[in-house]
Design a protein around this ligand. Structure first.
Ligand code: IVH
Length: 679
């Protein structure tokens, strides 16, 4: 390579990395897999090392990515927040150790090996034991003040636990990672699927996007979580333990959530063994773990080793490469969702990936296919990392056949033929025809499903039939079905027809929240529907609501959990005459939803009370117990903190029970819960 060639390549790499940094850190929507990004950065670092004349002060190899975004106050960190050098090779972990041996002049070095959590870095400041601020890493020197959003995290104590033998510094920055559990990520995607919204790609991007929402009520809807693994500035510094292991122990004694497991390694061989063990165990962790972080244990030695401009010399990340497979793209099919969104799906020659056979993968949207130039007949690489849905990463161009032509995204809806549209600011391409067969089908299927009005006998196949016959063109048509028509659907169907009609009749008095959910308002899932039902108590009242019913002065949300985005979606939904007509027709057809019981005297005492359920109760399922608590005005949360009012524990209750006991939260068994509910 000549100097000129190197100069050109370096410039191209810097541009490309800057663009990916912007997508990853600021927009929480990366275009490429971590592994490919790390490779670009490595190539740039190697070129800069080989050609020192090409070094530049603003090179992306020399700084940490910048996550600062509009709308947040900027706050300076007391101690800089750094990034980590990373590798995918054990040999390079040994080289890291060899460098430290040389630098510190000693052979015997102890390390702590801990999970690398795939989230986003934050720094919490506790003053005299009270949480005063939470700030993102930003550019390492200053970051965004996200305190209001961090306060929605139920597992995070606002105050450090105190005891005579636990030191409480005047000021301490405690560092960690905000993440979303896989369970919560799946829950949200399930709700979005039901609500007809496009699915999120992976928990990390969703957590990052959520932390940067300007509306804490929306943030609270998508339970974030946090683990803390390090410290920044501390006053007085003498209160810091002498080792990283001590930092973990102190963080735990303060009652803060910390890594599930770490390893103390005496020497590099033990550290590498620990990394391997972590890899084999990480599936059981609540958060996506994309690697291990190896840190020198002794803080004094950390200080001696120092740092480069962006990363400490005393720590390194070893990343686990996600499993990938290559296979042929047989076809691209287009699904039309309830809200008309056209989602392209890759139909693949079946291939083994991370223990399962994959034959379909998401292609996200029209722009993604064009950007990656994915063509039918190509060999594509699919990856399943933290993601639940396999995704097509890229095309193996070496195997591209001449006959593969660029994919042309349809201009017309594949179901109804209507011309598709793309609204400003949206990536989704939609079929705008509300009478499109696919949309009607999905809408009615959703309405009748178990998650909504729950009409037995009106499953997906039956809805398909009714729509095909032209008997059902909208949700209210379900209540217009005629026995004479239905009995023509086959031989001896009288009994099943009567059962279906009885189930439809019964559904007229289903709980109000089921109808609210069944209407399919964008962003409104089951939990929000329950909140809305409690507040509005009838479909009419909800349909007549204005923004002022949801959002008060200074943009405060008036209904717990309903923020600006959802309020706008609800008001917008009922501004459509077609949607108002659905409500009017349902009522005219005899639909009379059951409003939630008014909080009784006992119920009133549960208003504002937070419960956590753990273990198996003798007679109640988790859903039943949740239902009982919620209908009495209480809330059920997933993790125990000082703000939890009661933990309800059954058989095989685990760490939540232990945490409740350590925080002094009252613990109830099923009988005590029933007694409390009965007042
Ligand atoms: S230590 C100066 N420990 O990974 C030390 N970082 O790729 C820097 N991360 O910016 C951080 N898990 O956001 C550390 N156990 C862990 C971590 C961790 C995740 C993140 C952190 C950091 C990034 C670097």
């Amino acid at each position: 390579m000549t100097l000129d060639e190197a100069r050109q390549r370096v410039a191209a790499l810097r541009d490309e990395i800057n663009r990916h940094d912007e997508r990853y850190y600021r927009q929480a929507a990366p275009e490429i897999a971590d592994f490919d990004y790390d490779r670009l950065k490595r190539e740039l670092a190697d070129l800069e090392a080989a050609w020192p004349e090409l070094a530049a002060a603003d090179s992306p190899t020399d700084r940490v990515g910048d996550d600062r975004s509009e709308g947040f106050k900027t706050v300076r960190h007391l101690e800089r927040m750094m990034s980590l050098d990373n590798t995918y090779s054990e040999d390079e972990v040994r080289e890291f150790h060899a460098r430290l041996v040389k630098l510190l002049g000693r052979d015997e070095l102890h390390y702590v090996v801990e999970p690398k959590i795939d989230g986003l870095a934050v720094s919490l400041t506790y003053e005299k034991g009270r949480l005063v601020r939470a700030v993102t890493r930003g550019n390492g020197v200053e970051g965004d003040d996200v305190t209001a959003n961090i306060l929605t995290i139920a597992s995070l104590p606002r105050a450090l636990a105190t005891a005579d033998d636990i030191p409480v510094p005047d000021v301490i920055e405690i560092r960690g990672e905000v993440f979303m559990t896989l369970a919560e990520f799946r829950r949200i995607n399930r709700e979005r699927e039901e609500a007809g919204d496009p699915l999120y790609a992976n928990p990390r991007n969703l957590a990052a996007g959520t932390l940067k929402l300007l509306d804490p009520a929306e943030v609270a809807r998508r339970r974030l979580d946090i683990v803390l693994y390090g410290r920044g500035h501390c006053e007085p510094a003498s209160l810091l333990p002498p080792t990283q292991e001590g930092v973990h122990q102190l963080v735990r004694r303060w009652g803060l959530p910390t890594v599930e497991k770490y390893w103390h390694a005496r020497g590099i061989d033990e550290a590498i063994a620990a990394i391997r063990e972590l890899d084999s165990r990480r599936d059981a962790f609540a958060y996506a773990t994309d690697g291990a972080v190896i840190k020198l244990d002794t803080l004094a030695l950390q200080r001696e080793a120092g740092a480069t401009s962006k990363a400490p010399r005393w720590a390194m990340a070893y990343k686990f490469a996600a499993e990938r497979a290559e296979t042929e793209l047989l076809a691209i099919s287009i699904q039309v969702g309830r809200t008309g969104v056209l989602t392209p799906v890759a139909e693949l020659a079946p291939v083994q990936l991370a223990g399962t056979t994959v034959s379909r993968a998401t292609l996200h949207n029209r722009d993604e296919i064009a950007r990656k130039d994915i063509r039918v007949g190509d060999f594509v690489r699919v990856e399943k990392a933290g993601e639940i849905i396999p995704a097509v990463i890229d095309v193996n161009l070496d195997k591209r056949q001449l006959h593969c032509v660029p994919y042309v995204f349809p201009d017309n809806c594949p179901v109804c033929g209507h011309k598709v549209v793309q609204y400003e600011g949206e990536v989704a391409v939609r079929c705008p025809n509300p009478e499109c067969g696919a949309q009607v089908r999905r809408r009615v299927q959703h309405f009748a499903s178990k998650a909504c009005v729950d009409i037995e006998g009106l499953g997906e196949a039956m809805v398909d039939t009714l729509v095909d016959r032209g008997w059902v063109k909208s949700i209210p048509d379900v209540y217009r079905l005629r026995r004479d028509d239905l009995v023509t659907l086959g031989k001896s169907v009288e009994k099943s027809t009567d059962n279906l009609l009885a189930a439809i009749e019964r559904s007229k008095t289903a709980e109000l929240w089921r109808f609210v959910h069944g209407l399919g308002i964008t962003h409104v899932g089951a939990a929000a529907s329950k909140d809305l039902a409690r507040r509005f108590r009838s479909l009419d009242a909800l349909a007549a609501a204005t923004r002022d019913d949801f959002i008060g002065e200074k943009k405060t949300s008036l209904i717990d959990g309903i923020g600006e985005t959802m309020a706008a979606a609800i008001v917008g939904h009922f501004n459509e005459p077609r949607n108002r007509a659905v409500v009017a027709e349902l009522i005219a057809l005899g639909v009379a939803p059951t409003a939630p019981a008014q909080a009784s005297a006992a119920g009133a005492t549960l208003t504002g009370k937070t419960f956590v359920l753990t273990g198996t109760l003798p007679t109640l399922t988790r859903e039943q117990a949740t239902e009982m608590i919620e209908s009495a005005g209480g809330k059920v949360s997933s993790s125990v903190s000082k703000k939890t009012h009661y933990v309800v524990a059954g058989e095989e209750a685990g760490s939540k029970l232990a945490k409740a006991e350590s925080l002094g939260v009252p613990v109830l068994d099923e009988a005590a819960l029933r007694a409390l509910l009965a007042g």
